[in-house]
Write a protein that binds this ligand. Structure first.
Ligand SMILES: Nc1nc2c(ncn2[C@@H]2O[C@H](COP(=O)(O)OP(=O)(O)OP(=O)(O)O)[C@@H](O)[C@H]2O)c(=O)[nH]1
Length: 934
């Protein structure tokens, strides 16, 4: 009877294997994973049970045209996303599903839905990058809703109070007028007043409306906060829309996005009669009316004017009051009186300013934005007990607090990641996607046999070429098994290459976790698991070295259960393949498993589009110029294509495959070495194929420009051994972070331990990373990110690392002798601490006889009572308890000879520097200033 594998049946029925397995288990059919086989009869049973259901579901789906769910994969770097890559994974699907669920709570379902409407048949991403970019927060305007709301509330109250006060004043004035008019009995005046009163009423109405308008204005601000909240809750698509709208200009447009049209319309109606919207409406209705004065200028000019007006009016008001009694010019009075509060109110309204500020800025910059003199801020903070200077940098939160004190609302400057925008891609048409080979990386603890395994697979001899037997870079190769290709990334497994390995994992579909059967799970095994899981790649465990007598596969299985990697025969879903890189045992099965997993994952890419890939490694070759190993991820890269990769660009001059053969083109999942770039790109950089060289250059230039800005910010406070002292003095440094790289692990440990011992009360020395091998770019990045100094012992930085270190201002110190390294750091640390000197008394002597020698001066023939006298020591001469000389000892002799030292119980001759008043019986104390160790 023929047998069928569950995954095949699952595929046939278009159902997850898991479901089938569960079903079979319920029916008491032994089936553990999708790899298990069942006979035809059982298969038929499954077909019967699932087929109608599956068909019905399918029909339902088609009918409802409901948006299909997409699997979104969490990755570290957007450029590393694989199209359709890991989403299809069923084995480690559990964890990912959780993640997905979590994410869907953040409102991304909408996005996913939208996307799935775009014909994404399998619910898989055609464009990994885009998904990921969308998921990454692009530094939105950070909400500060509570504080702003509070502030706005306060302002409302203040304004309402002011308005009420004005109203009261007006009423009082009106009352007075009325009285005045009544006393005069002037009918005309009364009529006019009535008219005026009518106008007053109208104006009042208008003012009320405007007040409402003002309040709405503020509500808008609150609305903005709401918007931010919404954004925080996950409406990232909204945010994207906002960005678009923002690009178009007005904040009002942005408001539209949030369905606040109604409110805005109300507001506009209310405000139509006055204030800022007046201007807008005027513009709208009568375009011939010239543009009003720019808002930013007006308040300033008006401020002064307003003040004068106010004073003047105040004076007028007093005049008016005087006039009330006199009854003169009563006809014109009300007009003047009524205009006053209106202007005052306008002034107050305009005081609520909003500024956009960056994450970090100086007091001076803040003051400039707020259009006030910086000293005002300094003074205000001083009054609060904070002493600041105008050049002091403050963060957004502090700046916002300060600004609020001056009734200015803050918005955070949105930093648009230009590079990200450049790398943005549209979704791809699923129908154009074709099957692509899986990209596999080998991970695991040091010496567990990663290179040997790869070597055995590739049947080449890579291991011999490696310096010290340690894999140093990501290499890549393609192997062919049963007519199917597999791309292997030679990911280094040592701790020193954490970052690179991470990149390896991110560009990978499947990770082969190599665990030595005789050694079991080690720290880097765990690290590798975590990286692979975080990158959402499938893990296949290769239990290596099974040829060894001490090999214990079950122990490995047991240990890995702790990390949720449970073998199939233990009831889990992780593929474990016992292998021996040495004998080649189990390798075929491993290959089969890789292909099977890849098949289940349905890895696809569109080969007929402009290429896009990832720089795996790059270096400067003396003869060939910059050489980059690129893994093509989408499209097809051809010789002659214009490409850009980070800061490098050029035209593909030549391409070599993993066997060193010249090739004309490379499709998805194919690693190639390319020549023709003008610069060495960084590993991990995205390679994009451009329309032409001009476009590629402009891409690279944008990248460089963008990087410069970033670097300027980043390098501001880079630490170096030379300025350790200053940094400490300024109290900036409490912890000295070091990265130690050495040729062998023993040295790493030795340097590490010695350096750690240098910690003292003021500064703690911390080795944040230690590893074996050349100083690579990831070390430099780590140093740069954590403001650390790199200590290299018997190793040198590679080209990229060197360049990066120079660019990022990372201090890299190279040594050949451990003690030099330690001495240097110690010296730097001592330098940063004020040396403490202490007087150390060496001994005492008594002057027994004095001699005069021409050209020398007085010689004190003395007897050393205790301790000793040294040649370069200082002395203190006391007579009757009084110090009569203190200074250096010019010479120390025994008989006629200069000596180094004279001990107690011996006679000697002293000559004091420029001092001859020596008498018998004088006491001489020898002392020295010694540095007290800190
Ligand atoms: N007996 C036995 N020895 C093996 C096997 N695989 C690897 N080795 C040995 O284990 C040692 C380490 O192998 P590598 O391939 O260099 O290990 P690695 O994990 O690549 O090490 P790094 O590159 O330093 O991280 C070498 O001496 C290999 O000969 C195996 O299957 N059986």
């Amino acid at each position: 009877m023929s047998k069928i594998k569950i995954y095949e049946l699952a595929k046939e029925l278009d159902k997850p294997s898991k479901e089938l397995v569960e079903f079979l288990n319920k029916k008491d059919v032994e089936a553990k994973t999708h790899m298990s086989t069942i006979d035809e009869a059982e298969a038929d049973m499954v077909r019967k049970a699932f087929a109608p259901k599956a068909n019905a579901e399918k029909a339902e789906e088609e009918k409802s045209d409901a948006p299909k769910k997409k699997k979104i994969v969490q990755v570290f770097r957007p450029q590393n996303t694989q199209s359709g890559g890991r989403q299809g994974g069923k084995r480690q699907g559990q964890g990912r599903d959780d993640r997905r669920d979590n994410r869907s709570q953040t409102g991304r379902d909408d996005k996913r839905d939208n996307r799935s409407n775009g014909g994404n048949k399998n619910g898989k991403s055609q464009n990994g990058r885009k998904e990921v970019r969308d998921e990454r927060p692009s530094q939105p305007i950070r909400p500060r809703p509570d504080r702003i709301r509070q502030q706005v509330q306060q302002m409302h109250e203040a304004e309402a109070a002011a308005a009420a006060q004005k109203k009261r004043l007006e009423q009082e004035k009106k009352e007075q007028e009325r009285k005045e008019n009544r006393s005069q009995g002037n009918r005309d005046n009364r009529d006019e007043r009535r008219d005026n009163r009518g106008r007053d009423d109208r104006r009042d109405d208008r003012r009320d409306n405007r007040n409402q308008g003002g309040r709405d204005d503020r509500r808008d601000n609150r609305g903005r906060d709401d918007r931010r909240d919404n954004r925080n809750q996950g409406g990232r698509d909204d945010r994207r829309d906002n960005r678009d709208n923002r690009n178009q200009g007005g904040r009002d447009d942005r408001r539209d996005n949030h369905g606040r049209d109604d409110r805005r319309d109300d507001r506009r109606d209310n405000r139509n009669q006055g204030g800022r919207d007046d201007r807008r409406d005027n513009r709208k209705n009568s375009p011939t009316i010239p543009e009003p004065i720019v808002e930013g200028q007006k308040p300033q000019r008006n401020k002064g004017k307003g003040k004068d007006d106010f004073k003047k009016k105040d004076k007028d008001f007093r005049h008016d009051e005087d006039r009330v009694g006199k009854g003169k010019k009563g006809k014109n009075e009300p007009k003047t009186q009524l205009q006053k509060p209106e202007k005052k109110e306008q002034k107050q309204e305009e005081q609520i300013k909003s500024i956009t500020i960056p994450e970090v800025l100086t007091i001076q910059e803040l003051a400039d934005k707020m259009k006030i003199v910086p000293s005002v801020i300094v003074k205000k903070l001083f009054m609060q007990g904070k002493i600041v200077t105008v050049n002091q940098e403050i963060d957004y939160e502090t700046a916002e607090e300060i600004a609020l004190e001056f009734d200015v609302l803050c918005e955070k400057e949105e930093v648009v990641d230009v590079i990200e925008e450049l790398l943005k891609e549209d979704e791809e048409d699923e129908s154009k996607m074709k099957k692509r080979p899986p990209v596999v990386c080998v991970m695991g603890h040091v010496d567990h046999g990663k290179t040997s395994l790869l070597d055995a697979i590739r049947q080449t001899n890579v291991i011999d070429r490696e310096a010290g037997g340690i894999t140093q870079h990501i290499g890549a190769s393609v192997v062919e098994v049963n007519g199917e290709k597999i791309t292997f990334l030679d990911t280094p497994g040592h701790e020193a290459f954490t970052a690179m390995r991470m990149r390896g994992a991110s560009s990978t579909d499947i990770a082969i976790l190599v665990v030595a059967a005789d050694d079991g799970v080690m720290p880097q095994t765990v690290e590798a698991i975590n990286h692979a899981k975080a990158a959402g790649v499938e893990i296949i465990v290769a239990v290596n070295k099974i040829d060894k007598p001490s090999a214990n596969v079950d122990r490995v299985k047991q240990e890995l259960t702790e990390y949720e990697l449970i073998a199939e025969d233990w009831g889990g879903s992780t593929i474990f393949v016992p292998v021996s890189a040495k004998t080649g045992e189990g390798l075929d099965e491993l290959m089969e498993m890789i292909l099977l997993t890849a098949e289940v994952m349905e890895l696809k890419a569109n080969p007929n589009r402009r290429a896009r890939g990832l720089v795996l490694e790059a270096q400067l070759d003396k003869g060939r110029g910059p050489v980059a190993t690129v893994l093509v991820q989408k499209g097809t890269l051809r010789v002659g294509d214009a490409i850009a990769a980070g800061s490098a660009h050029g035209k593909v001059r030549a391409m070599m495959d993993d066997k060193g053969r010249r090739v004309k083109e490379a499709g998805p999942s194919v690693p190639v070495e390319i020549l023709g770039l003008d610069d060495v790109p960084n590993a991990g950089e995205v390679v994009v194929c451009c329309k032409n060289e001009k476009e590629a250059r402009s891409f690279a230039e944008t990248f460089i420009a963008q990087n410069k800005v970033k670097l300027l910010e980043d390098t501001k406070s880079k630490l170096s051994l030379d300025d350790l002292f200053t940094q400490i003095q300024e109290g900036n440094l409490k912890e000295l972070d070091l990265i130690v790289k050495a040729d062998v692990q023993g040295s790493v440990e030795a340097v590490k331990q010695s350096l750690l011992k240098l910690s003292n009360d003021e500064v703690i020395v911390k080795v944040i990373h230690g590893g074996v091998g050349a100083i690579n770019e990831s070390d430099v990045s780590l140093a740069s990110a954590s403001n650390a100094i790199i200590i290299g012992f018997n190793v040198r930085p590679d080209a990229t690392a060197k360049e990066t270190a120079e660019r990022e201002g990372v201090d890299v110190r190279l040594y050949r002798v451990i003690y030099n390294a330690i001495e240097d750091v110690e010296a730097a640390m001592k330098g940063m601490l004020d040396p403490v000197f202490e007087e150390k008394v060496l001994g005492h002597a008594e002057v027994r006889q004095t001699f005069k020698a021409s050209g020398v001066g007085t010689i004190a023939g003395s007897y050393v009572l205790d301790g000793l006298f040294e040649r370069d020591c200082s002395v203190r001469l006391t007579r009757d308890g009084i110090v009569i000389f203190e200074g250096p000892l010019a010479s120390l002799k025994r008989f006629k000879d200069d000596v180094k030292e004279v001990k107690a119980g011996y006679e000697c001759g002293f000559v004091f520097a420029n001092f001859n008043d020596i008498k018998e019986g004088d006491l001489v104390e020898a002392f020295k200033m010694v540095e007290v160790p800190r």
